[in-house]
Design a protein around this ligand. Structure first.
Ligand code: ADP
Ligand code: GN1
Ligand code: MG
Length: 363
């Protein structure tokens, strides 16, 4: 079957009324395939989200879907009394066979969500208010899941944020140099090697394990079109046990610079202090009540560490010949690596003031 045919057949496998019209590739994710699908329901065009899970990366899609079912059901019970609650949590559309997902003839796993109307996500931040709202929403997400009943969630990608193991993978990729590219990135390799010592800091800090999102990119929160509120946290594949500062760190990585993650003009990449302040204020407004002093102390550092982790992940993938992240041009992963490293330099220049700010706002 053609790719389009597969998508249409997958869409029809879910409990969606009416006649399938079309599927449009949607969003800018690097891993899964996301589609906005349209159905004619009694003369009205209705849209939904359909996603094919990348099972080369998520090796246990059923365990992943079990996590998502538990997480979305739990959040739904917690927000059920709030106005407009159906826009405050992702809701799975069941498949026609009664499962929460659909497996096609080729073994691909698909899921569908009700579309969150009148809200959108942004690839790059536009205002401090947006940064505040995103951080508040991700902090609330952690707070809502603090009461998730046992058992522990599945690790959908083991050691996902294990920075020392990420660094080892990077060193192995340099040594193997399978694509013959190491010679082109000597500067980036040296930049990374000089910062090896920061990789163990979060793991060595004995922080409490929590349910965390682990992919708190700015574009993984939907902002309400009218009020600007961070109304719904999305992209739940990596929700699993983790450390709270990982989530804050990825907000710093993706929400303090005005530039896109793959910007080629590095002069545009900078850690804007007012955005950082908005993130700290937003995050503490929802998570400040349960974070320990040790977690708060590591908020600014976590921004640097996660940015470093992503920098070496992009560089590793470049060296390996672009096998993990989707790429849309030559050198795409290298461009992404360079924005991360530029952002690290900007964070390093401001790290003391960032720490002082967190200390004053957290006390
Ligand atoms: P990816 O893993 O590809 O990043 P996401 O789950 O983040 O996938 O979805 C991609 C984009 O689709 C998001 O940035 C968001 O704009 C949009 N999106 C995802 N889920 C929904 C939903 N339930 N309603 C409306 N838009 C959504
Ligand atoms: C990937 O799927 P997406 O694009 O939201 C990646 C994240 C990275 C991000 C970088 C499972 O997220 O870890 O931070 O790209 N997801 C996975 O943009 O590896
Ligand atoms: Mg996403």
């Amino acid at each position: 079957m053609s790719k389009e045919g597969n998508v249409a057949a997958a869409a029809r496998a879910f409990e969606i009324g009416g006649e399938f019209l079309e599927a449009r590739p949607y969003g800018s994710g690097h891993i899964n395939d996301t589609y906005k699908v349209f159905f004619n329901e009694g003369g009205v065009s209705q849209c939904h989200i359909l996603q094919r899970i990348n099972h080369n990366i998520f090796k246990k899609p059923v365990a992943l879907m079990e996590n998502i079912q538990r997480v979305t059901a739990h959040i739904a019970t917690r927000v059920a009394d709030e106005p407009d609650w159906q826009r405050r949590v992702l809701r799975l559309i069941p498949a026609r066979d009664g499962q929460a997902w659909h497996v096609d003839a080729e073994g691909n796993h698909w899921r569908a969500y009700y579309f969150i109307q009148k809200a959108r996500s942004f690839d790059a931040v536009e205002s401090t208010e947006q940064a505040f709202q995103a951080a508040r929403a991700f902090g609330r997400f952690q707070e809502l899941l603090a009461s998730l009943p046992a058992p522990r969630l599945h690790d959908t990608i083991p050691d996902f944020h294990h920075a020392p193991k990420r660094f080892k993978a990077f060193e192995d990729a340099v040594a193997a140099d399978v694509a013959g590219r190491a010679i082109l990135v000597k500067h980036e390799i040296d930049f990374a090697l000089a910062r090896k010592s920061i990789t163990g800091v979060l793991l060595d800090a004995n922080l409490p394990e929590r349910v965390t999102h682990n992919d708190t990119k700015f574009n993984n929160v939907m902002l309400d079109d009218t009020t600007g509120e961070g109304i719904c946290v999305i992209d739940l594949d990596t929700v699993m046990p983790g450390l709270a500062p990982y989530d804050f760190g990825d907000m710093v990585r993706t929400t303090t610079s005005p530039a896109m993650e793959d910007e080629q003009d590095l002069s545009k990449v900078t850690m804007q202090f007012p955005m950082f302040e908005a993130l700290v204020r937003g995050y503490l407004s929802s998570a400040g009540g349960f974070l320990t002093p040790a977690e708060k102390d590591l908020l600014a550092f976590s921004g640097k560490l996660i940015t470093f982790e992503l920098g070496i992940r992009f560089l590793t993938d470049y060296l390996a010949g672009d096998t993990y992240f989707k790429v849309h041009r030559d050198g795409h992963n290298l461009d992404r690596c360079r924005t991360q490293f530029k952002l690290i330099e900007s964070i390093e220049q401001q790290e003391e003031s960032m720490n002082r700010l967190v200390e004053s706002l957290a006390s």
